[in-house]
Design a protein around this ligand. Structure first.
Ligand SMILES: [Zn+2]
Length: 200
């Protein structure tokens, strides 16, 4: 049976982005818990890297994923940017990971309308020195050996996205989008394409 590891970003003292009432570490945990429940009818095992408000390094997250024998990792985050109009879902993957690409594409395809935009981002170049971005996608992706999708589920700094992520129905729609990505990626992995290498 394949194993899916869901990684709720941040935790403990590491709150992630905070904007108004939105605290990234709490949103990512709520999304991860609901996403895990939504996988119960699939023939897979699923695990979270953290189940509570725990502070974990990226190294520890990678070790936990290995311990569970992850075939697929979905790391859940919320984006932030100094420019308020930046919005929407972004799904990152390494260029060498075909399964993660398929999963990211599926997430973008069914992205909730309220997020108004979805982008699949190939983590190809070194991150720019643009400090207006809080997150370092390549660092997150680097933590995991299995095919990994980093889902940045909207921008805390965009009023529309912020309100949407604080709403339980909004989060339910995001969960269903992430689930579609997992299903699509698992199908690819099961077909065991020999050229799938999850490397930068
Ligand atoms: Zn984050």
């Amino acid at each position: 049976m394949m194993a899916v590891v869901i990684d709720p970003g941040h935790g403990g003292e590491n709150t992630g982005t905070v904007a108004g009432e939105l605290v990234e570490k709490d949103i990512t945990l709520m999304l991860a818990q609901a996403l895990a429940l939504s996988l119960h009818d699939l023939p897979v095992s699923y695990h979270l890297t953290r189940y509570g408000d725990d502070e974990l390094s990226l190294l520890e997250r990678g070790q936990i994923a290995e311990k569970y024998g992850a075939d697929l990792v979905v790391s859940i985050h919320v984006n932030a940017h100094a420019v308020e109009r930046f919005h929407g879902l972004e799904a990152y993957h390494w260029p060498g990971s075909y399964a993660a690409k398929i999963g990211a594409d599926a997430m973008a395809d069914v992205c909730p309308k309220r997020l108004r935009a979805a982008r699949v981002v190939v983590a190809r170049r070194p991150d720019s020195a643009d400090s207006r971005w809080l997150e370092n996608p390549r660092a997150v992706l680097s933590a995991f050996k299995a095919p990994t999708i980093l889902a940045e589920c909207g921008y805390s700094t965009n009023p529309n996205d912020n309100e949407y992520l604080l709403d339980k129905w909004g989060r339910a729609e995001v969960v269903s989008c992430l689930r579609s990505g997992i299903v699509a990626a698992l199908r690819e992995i099961e077909e065991a394409r020999p050229y799938d290498r999850d490397t930068p």
